[in-house]
Design a protein around this ligand. Structure first.
Ligand code: COA
Length: 166
């Protein structure tokens, strides 16, 4: 997968320690996900829980893409152990270079190997629905509206598919 075309570039995937990175994570969330919205939306109440995982991709030591996985039940199947994907964002100038895809795939593998998660689900903004489709997420239910943000689909990724492949 071509992540980035410049030569000699350093690309690193990292599990981000909350205490070290939360400020950067929240700054990117604010800039990319909640630009004109109140800053408190960037603060997820689960950010510091031990079961919560933050991941990022660094390009030449700059954090350029982030996501957060929060242990949370899935409304369509409350019995399966599940994580909620939130705060998926790539800095504008780094978008459409396969960085988000790489981050998501590596994060799903990480969580799949280290926890007994069956599903990872998210509320996908309608305008980035295809990003999740390209990452093998499936849509469930109908479009719904989240106040101030817009239309969303509930989508899920079945981690058990990864287990079968490995
Ligand atoms: C959605 C987002 C995280 C994708 O990150 P990215 O690094 O640009 O994504 P990638 O370059 O890895 O894209 C992977 C695939 O998804 C597609 N894709 C990326 N962004 C897309 C978008 N906005 N709409 C439709 N498809 C998209 C790409 O074309 C690519 O397809 P390919 O594999 O056939 O080449 C990024 O656009 C972003 O931060 N958007 C603003 C914040 C946001 O809406 N986050 C999601 C909240 S639910």
């Amino acid at each position: 997968m071509i992540l980035y075309r410049r030569k000699n570039i350093k690309i690193n995937f990292k599990h981000l320690r909350t205490t070290n990175y939360i400020e950067q994570i929240r700054n990117i969330r604010k800039k990319i996900l909640y630009t004109h919205l109140p800053t408190n939306l960037c603060f997820y109440k689960e950010d510091f829980l031990s079961a919560t995982h933050h991941f990022g991709i660094f390009i030449d030591n700059e954090l350029v893409s982030i996501l957060t996985l929060i242990k949370n039940f899935y409304i369509y199947n409350t019995k399966l152990p599940s994580y909620q994907l939130r705060g998926m964002a790539t800095k504008t100038e780094f978008q459409r270079k396969n960085i988000g895809k790489s981050l998501l795939q590596k994060s799903l593998n990480y969580i799949n190997l280290r926890t007994n998660t069956s599903l990872v689900w998210c509320h996908a903004r309608k305008n980035v629905f295809n990003f999740y489709i390209k990452n093998e997420f499936k849509k469930q239910g109908s479009l719904f509206y989240i106040k101030n943000i817009g239309l969303h689909y509930t989508m899920y990724f079945d981690c058990r598919l990864l287990k079968k492949q490995s």
